[in-house]
Design a protein around this ligand. Structure first.
Ligand code: TYD
Length: 225
């Protein structure tokens, strides 16, 4: 859990799961209720991390291997956490982030076949205690997600480094996100992304409200300093 006054919520899932739409809807709903909200994304979210994003998504780092890519994702994350996320949370802001450490666990760790100890070390350094309060995993079959990703006005754009991988790889990532939710059920909540947009938004709102309620509940007197 984050130690600041804000709340840190991350969104995960495969390509075309609707993360950006849902982040926008949740941000609006929270703002309408008077919360201070910041929306950010990975890789990126700070000037240093955005520079690394370009290297990763263009495929420029691909020839140097999965380990190198994993280190670059971690470098970007480290900068994003220290430059953007931690300061925002300590101001009391609710931070909504499109992808975070679980994407590295799944894309580099599972489908990149990297050594779990190597991945854990990278994660520890990059996240530096900033574990999300809530992680929403938007789940849908890989084939459907890829179809949607291609339809959403990016039809003419070439697929990025990760989108162009085989369908079996995308399906393996879906399973890996579901495994993760089973292993960390308190933090990670799976939402069925095949539902209508409004139903997904309502499910996410109630998960976010529960987390906000937990974090903002007054401490028991014994715990107060
Ligand atoms: P992006 O254009 O942000 O797409 P999406 O809408 O799918 O989030 O591309 C980010 C890509 O980078 C996506 O394919 C997942 C991948 N990625 C990793 O492989 N590891 C990571 O740690 C992160 C944050 C993203």
């Amino acid at each position: 859990m984050t130690d600041g006054r804000g709340v840190f919520i991350t969104f995960e899932g495969g390509e075309g799961a609707g993360k950006s739409t849902q982040i926008r809807l949740l941000a609006r709903s929270l703002q309408e209720r008077g919360h201070d909200v910041a929306v950010t994304r990975e890789p990126g979210g700070s000037p240093g991390a955005e520079a690394v994003r370009h290297v990763l998504l263009s495929g420029a780092a691909e020839e140097f291997g999965v380990r190198m890519e994993a280190i670059l994702f971690a470098a970007a994350r480290c900068d994003h956490v220290e430059v953007f996320i931690r300061p925002a949370l300590s101001r009391g802001t609710i931070v909504l982030c499109d992808r975070f450490m679980d994407s590295s666990r799944v894309y580099q760790g599972v489908t990149g076949n990297l050594d779990p100890r190597f991945m854990e070390t990278l994660e520890r350094v990059a996240v530096n205690g900033m574990v999300p309060d809530l992680t929403i995993i938007l789940d849908l079959p890989a084939i459907e997600g890829l179809k949607r990703a291609r339809q959403r006005g990016e039809a003419s754009a070439a697929p990025d480094r990760f989108e162009k991988e085989a369908i079996a790889t995308h399906e393996k990532r879906r399973e890996a996100f579901l495994d993760l939710a089973e292993r960390e059920p308190d933090r990670c909540k799976v939402v069925d992304a095949l539902q209508p947009v409004d139903a997904i938004a309502a499910a996410i709102r109630s998960l976010a409200d529960a987390t906000l309620g937990d974090k903002m509940r007054p401490r028991r007197s014994g715990a107060a300093r």
